[in-house]
Design a protein around this ligand. Structure first.
Ligand code: ARG
Length: 576
């Protein structure tokens, strides 16, 4: 057991239960005054009709903390301040250092988690919303996999719908091989816009009516399964997928070519989904459309909100497809946790889909579905991120620019090595800027800030890691000493040890909440604690015993930083 905070909580919980006669959360947290504090007595005062200080004093008297704490005191209105003994800390750190799990416990039960993420649209450029989904989803995949869960990646690309009539006709106009080229090299926006302009026209012109008419007929052919049309449609998809794969490789995310399971994958399940909802008595006609009215959703006028599963023209829409995804993932993929990593504007959509799935009896505990929503990315002007031409910014351009700017930060001379380091730093900076902000909030995309060596940034953390590795290089140390107990004499050593012991709890929490900014914040605190330690405690110049102790702390810090960053999808360079 190397989870210090958890250990304190458990011990105190026993004492609280004895005092209160019932289970009570001791409310343990880190403290300014001592190492930890427990605030549970405050909330109990009213229920027990006793002053909180009395309760705290009695809890302290009953708590079995002798082997862990050097000092336990009641403070203020009834806080319990806990100072962990150096010996207990030193033993736990040594135990942590001896293993390779860094204090992360295996999950109580291994779950099968389906992560729906990235999901760009065929023949359309990936935009910054897809960037966030890709980064957050990828971090979820990495973290849950490393914890020991079974993870299924689902890239629900938009590969179906009426725009495909227009896209196929445009493909024929351009010529198949030329179109395939445009798409696979990533000129998706140019392709899409050219088709749009012919279809709708633009500011200067009306659309081409003959083209629009051809496009409409093409949609019918596509839906009817016409062979040539299907083949052309497949070309659009496979060329776009090729391009998406180059982006994923560039971003170093775990999505592979076998993870594509787009909207069209569900086509032949849609009628059955609707039939099943109908048999269950969940469908109602509304203005010619077939709708579900899931409980708990009302519009501004107080009227129940419909989820349209079959449109009045007989077509199925986005909602029908997502009802199919959830049913399929539960029934066929045997998911017991489903994550939909999609921007917050789609929150209502997912809540209604989940509620419908509950009413249909598909979704029931212990199986869970979560909309892992996120905010927008803003430009430094505080508005939605746009390029100068006013269109959505291309995701790859942002990353390329970050890598280009990162080159300036790298000291390494060898051009190939330098480029590789710049890639890790640039891509890492963009990912970290995203994952270190609270998921639901908007954030400002700012190259200068994300590439700074000061503050809560990827380069700062990567540099902290490089610095530690260079201690080992300079000292010519290949084997980290193995100790039964790490001696912790200096306050900076103790503070670092306490941070190191907190990794497991943070990872467990983030696995539950997918609030990656908490992992980022933890890594930043750890790096800061290391910096303070490194300023105050010489390592290579210390006497041999102290040096061994400090090398253990250094190595454990480096491993924790590298692992934490890896869980966020960020690589650590050996040098910078
Ligand atoms: N392709 C959609 C978009 O670009 C996102 C799909 C998200 N996943 C889902 N199961 N609905 O907005």
């Amino acid at each position: 057991m190397v989870n210090l905070e958890e250990l304190l909580r458990e011990r105190l919980a026993v004492a609280f239960r004895a005092v209160a006669g019932t289970g009570v959360d001791p409310v343990v947290r880190r403290s300014q005054r001592a190492d930890f504090q427990a605030d549970g007595a405050l909330a109990l005062a009213r229920a027990l009709g006793r002053p909180p200080r009395d309760i705290a004093t009695e809890v302290v008297g009953r708590a079995d903390l002798a082997d862990l704490c050097a000092l336990v005191e009641v403070a203020g209105p009834g806080f319990i301040n806990l100072t962990v003994s150096d010996a207990a800390l030193g033993r736990m750190v040594a135990e942590l250092a001896a293993g390779d799990r860094l204090g992360v416990q295996p999950p109580a039960e291994r779950r099968r988690v389906v992560v729906d993420y990235s999901a760009p649209n065929v023949a359309k450029e990936m935009h910054v919303g897809h960037l966030r989904s890709t980064f957050i989803g990828d971090a979820a995949v990495r973290l849950l996999e490393w914890l020991g869960h079974e993870v299924v990646r689902e890239n629900h690309i938009g590969d179906w719908g009426t725009p495909f009539g227009m896209l196929i006709e445009h493909l024929l106009d351009v010529g198949e091989s030329e179109a395939a080229h445009e798409l696979s090299v990533g000129d998706l926006d140019g392709f899409y816009k050219a088709a749009r302009v012919k279809f709708d026209g633009d500011a200067e012109s009306d659309g081409d009516t003959a083209f629009a008419e051809r496009s409409r007929r093409r949609v019918v052919l596509l839906q009817g399964g016409d062979e040539t049309t299907r083949r052309l449609w497949h070309t659009l998809i496979s060329e776009s997928e090729k391009y998406f794969m180059t982006v994923y490789e560039r971003l170093d995310v775990k999505l592979t070519a076998t993870d594509f399971a787009g909207e069209s994958y569900y086509n032949d399940q849609l009628a059955d989904v609707v039939d099943e909802l109908d048999r269950l008595g969940l469908l109602r006609d509304s203005e010619g459309a077939k709708c579900v009215f899931p409980a708990g959703f009302a519009g501004r006028d107080g009227e129940p909100l419909p989820l349209i599963v079959r449109k009045s023209d007989g077509g199925f829409g986005y909602a029908a497809t997502d009802l199919a995804t959830i049913r399929h993932r539960i029934r066929n993929l045997h998911a017991d946790r489903m994550l939909y990593v999609v921007g917050l504007p789609q929150r209502l959509h997912f809540e209604m889909v989940f509620q419908t799935a509950r009413e249909a009896g598909w979704l029931a505990p212990p199986v869970g579905a979560e909309h892992v929503g996120f905010g927008s990315i803003l430009g430094t002007d505080g508005k939605l991120l746009r390029s100068r031409a006013g269109v959505a910014v291309k995701l790859v351009d942002l990353v390329d620019e970050a890598v280009r700017r990162a080159e300036a930060l790298v000291k390494e001379e060898d051009p190939a090595v330098r480029a590789e380091i710049a890639r890790k730093v640039g891509v890492g900076a963009v990912k970290y800027a995203d994952l270190s902000t609270e998921r639901g909030k908007d954030y400002v995309f700012d190259f200068d800030r994300m590439l700074s060596f000061d503050g809560n940034t990827a380069p700062y953390l990567q540099y902290a890691h490089v610095r530690i590795r260079s201690i080992f290089r300079r000292g010519g140390i290949d084997a980290v000493p193995v100790l039964d107990e790490v001696a912790l004499k200096e306050p900076a050593e103790r503070a670092l040890a306490i941070e190191l012991l907190a990794f497991g709890a943070v990872v467990a929490e983030v696995a539950r909440t997918l609030e990656f900014h908490k992992l980022a914040g933890y890594l930043y605190r750890l790096a800061t604690a290391f910096t303070a330690f490194f300023e105050q405690c010489p390592v290579l110049r210390a006497d041999p015993v102290t040096r061994d102790n400090r090398l253990v702390l250094c190595d454990l810090t480096a491993r924790t930083l590298a692992r934490g960053l890896d869980l966020l999808g960020i690589e650590v360079p050996e040098r910078m």
